[in-house]
Design a binder for this molecule. Structure first.
Ligand SMILES: Nc1nc2c(c(=O)[nH]1)N[C@H]1C(S)=C(S)[C@@H](COP(=O)(O)O)O[C@H]1N2
Ligand SMILES: [Mo]
Length: 256
């Protein structure tokens, strides 16, 4: 297993556009502005038991585990993070999806009083992401509540976020407030803002370049400087053995 990136880098170099587009905007603003209590997560759509969960109930829903996962951003940097959470499937099976639930749409908080970044139109708010139901049910897909042995810092998506380790970082939606089971493939915020650059699947794939830069290698946070080598990016971010079967027969160049 790779050595975790230092906590300072993971909590200091963030993408969370609701607090601004610079990497240090979220750590500078989110801890002061984001209120993580009370916090409700609404689970709705194609489920037999739609309901809303209080964050303190979600924290106790299933046993917490520590999982050391890489997160790779489409901007070609990566970090190794000890996340704390439990598989999203633990929540999903409790709401009993119907046979029509083919996809899951995730929406995150969009409150202009807490989130100065909403004044900018960089993305269409709220931030929305989507997974196919089998991706959402996969045992690697984590509902994360903490990192480095403590609760999530605000800038990393408190009080709960998604971590999907074989997909680009942007699939790992922060500060979730709604999980909706749907029949049609959801349109995520990045796809909406630049459909030629960001698709639905967003699997880490070194063979499919972003239209404006290569995805063949990456810079590990903390490994910069004159002699730092870039690391080759691995298919499915190195999790191919566990997840490649989900995409058997699909053209991953077309369905990026
Ligand atoms: N709500 C929300 N979630 C988000 C984002 C965002 O802007 N807003 N950015 C995504 C992107 S692009 C990345 S790379 C990861 C970064 O997570 P980290 O800051 O914990 O490393 O969060 C993802 N989740
Ligand atoms: Mo990202």
């Amino acid at each position: 297993m790779e050595r975790p990136t230092t906590r300072d880098l993971v909590t200091g170099y963030c993408n969370f556009y609701e607090f601004g587009t610079e990497k240090d905007d979220p750590p500078r603003h989110a801890p002061k502005l984001l209120r993580t209590r009370p916090w409700q997560v609404v689970v709705e759509g194609e489920v037999r038991r739609p309901r809303s969960f209080d964050i303190d109930e979600l924290l106790k829903l299933a046993p917490m585990e520590e999982r050391i996962y890489r997160l790779r951003c489409v901007e070609a940097w990566s970090a190794v993070v000890p996340w704390i959470g439990y598989p999203l499937s633990e929540l999903i099976r409790r709401v009993e999806p119907t046979g029509n639930a083919r996809y899951v749409e995730f929406a995150t908080l969009a409150d202009p009083k807490q989130m100065p970044g909403l004044r900018s139109r960089v993305l269409d708010w709220p931030y929305v992401e989507g997974l196919r139901i089998d991706e959402a049910m996969h045992p690697l897909t984590l509902l994360a509540f903490g990192l480095y042995g403590e609760l999530l810092p605000s800038q990393n998506g408190a009080p709960l976020r998604l971590v999907v380790p074989w997909k680009y970082g942007f699939k790992s939606a922060k500060s979730l407030v709604r999980i909706r089971f749907v029949e049609q493939q959801p349109v995520n915020s990045w796809q909406k803002s630049a459909p030629n650059e960001y698709g639905f699947y967003s699997n880490v794939n070194p063979n499919v370049d972003h239209p404006r830069w290569s995805q063949a290698s990456e810079r590990r946070l903390g490994e910069d400087g004159l002699f730092a080598r870039r690391r080759p990016t691995l298919m499915f971010n190195g999790y191919g053995e566990q997840v490649a079967a989900l995409y058997a027969g699909m053209d991953l160049k077309r369905l990026y």
